[in-house]
Design a binder for this molecule. Structure first.
Ligand SMILES: [Cu+2]
Length: 117
């Protein structure tokens, strides 16, 4: 009896060790595309979930804008936005609340609304 219990525990331990870690499945990501047009950022507001990696794709569709770069002050991210090129910005929201992203001169503004769900 003692031996079989030990064997069962060993088998269970091996099975548990062999399981992939579900918490890191690739569906744990959030994505959005933001256009830079003559009206500014479209959309100008994004809702993001706290702690889930975010992948934001920017595309500047006009030369008639000062939004030739985008800055996320809280995440110390700055990216050039060449005309009609996809530029991916990735970060994981670490704090809930409202945060801005802007052009290089702080004229165009977008907002991140980060919450736990
Ligand atoms: Cu600007």
């Amino acid at each position: 009896m003692k031996l079989s219990l030990f064997s069962l525990a060993t088998v269970v331990a091996i099975l548990v060790a062999a399981q992939p870690v579900q918490a890191w499945s690739p569906q744990q990501e959030q994505e959005a595309t933001i256009k830079v047009t003559e009206k500014g950022y479209e959309p100008a507001q994004l809702k993001l979930q706290l702690g889930v990696p975010a992948r934001l794709t920017f595309v500047r569709e006009t030369n008639n804008t000062c939004g030739t770069e985008v800055i996320f002050p809280e995440y110390e991210i700055e990216r050039e936005l060449p005309l009609n090129e996809l530029v991916v910005v990735e970060f994981t929201p670490q704090e809930s609340g409202e945060f801005i992203f802007t052009c290089g001169m702080n004229m165009l503004r977008g907002k991140l609304v980060i919450s736990e769900n």
